[in-house]
Design a protein around this ligand. Structure first.
Ligand code: SF4
Ligand code: SF4
Length: 286
């Protein structure tokens, strides 16, 4: 069984559209949707939920006002300025708290405790290509990595139990979000890139990240005909840095037309040049 992550340095480069197109080319797969905010892949594939579960996570700490004796020890201990005392009432500023537990262990009257959050969810839904695992992050939380690890593990379990050939992972909207959890242990990370002015720095950033986690990276150049000069620079950079360029996809209005009827471009136009290019690119990563 192979695991492939499709990633992008920033949003809007066609990553999810291309992942969906690859899903329609694969025969025996499980999908993972790592966009914990909008679950774009699941929405695009019109996924129907089979199961959804809350994730019981420890989220920060809280002070019980009526138990606090106002000694100020927690505020003195905290390295992150996360304890405030407006009007003499000690409180935790959630966005600063790193859950290090120093204050919790120091409090002489045990007035500080963990707060559990049950608003994060993971789920599995059926699509016409196979099941997709996804997650939903509660507003303001930063447990992306944990949720992505959970859904990747669930997808892998199903893939092994059902002898699937592939776990295809649609990465988060940009590499800055939980990239370690998205690419750890995969066979290859496919960087989707457009020939924009930031393309070379996007390549450099993604190369550094994938090298840090010892994951081989290949590049797929989308809409390469929109800026031939920049596309050439991308190809030169890939050549100089031994990053395999697995394909170039040209701008094609078929992507929009297929999206409007809820299909991938492969389903909508199976004999088109774009589908042929996608097939060749997909074969290059299998
Ligand atoms: S858990 Fe750590 S970071 Fe959070 S308030 Fe207590 S000491 Fe500060
Ligand atoms: S250490 Fe405990 S008792 Fe002291 S101010 Fe903090 S919460 Fe209150």
């Amino acid at each position: 069984m192979k695991q492939i992550s499709i990633i992008a340095a920033k949003g809007g480069v066609g990553k999810t559209m291309l992942t969906a197109a690859f899903a329609s080319l694969a025969k025996n797969l499980v999908l993972v949707d790592c966009d914990t905010e909008s679950r774009d892949l699941s929405v695009f594939l019109n996924a129907e939920y089979k199961e959804e579960q809350k994730v019981d996570t420890i989220q920060r700490v809280a002070i019980a006002e009526d138990e606090c004796i106002r000694c100020g020890l927690c505020k003195a201990m905290c390295h992150f300025d996360a304890v405030i005392n407006p009007y003499g009432v000690y409180q935790i500023k959630e966005e600063h708290c790193q859950a290090c537990d120093l204050c919790l262990n120091a409090c002489p009257v045990s007035a500080i405790d963990h707060v559990k959050s049950e608003q994060n969810k993971w789920g599995v839904a059926a699509t016409r290509f196979g099941d997709v695992y996804n997650a939903q992050l509660a507003l303001g939380e930063d447990l992306n990595g944990k949720l992505i690890s959970i859904i990747r593990e669930k997808a892998q379990e199903q893939a092994l139990a059902e002898a699937k050939d592939l776990v295809l992972i649609d990465g988060p909207p940009a590499v800055g979000f939980a990239i370690a959890s998205t690419i750890a242990g995969v066979d290859v990370a496919v960087l989707v890139l457009e020939p924009t002015p930031s393309a070379i720095s996007d390549l450099q950033k993604s190369k550094q990240l994938t090298e840090r986690y010892e994951v081989p990276m290949v590049c797929l150049l989308n809409k390469s005909d929109l800026n031939p000069e920049m596309a050439l620079q991308v190809k030169e950079y890939c050549g100089e840095n031994e990053i395999p360029l697995i394909g170039e996809i040209l701008f094609d209005s078929l992507f929009i037309e297929s999206q409007m009827v809820g299909q991938t471009v492969v389903e909508f136009a199976p004999d088109s040049e774009t589908t042929n290019l996608l097939k060749k690119s997909f074969e290059a990563i299998l």
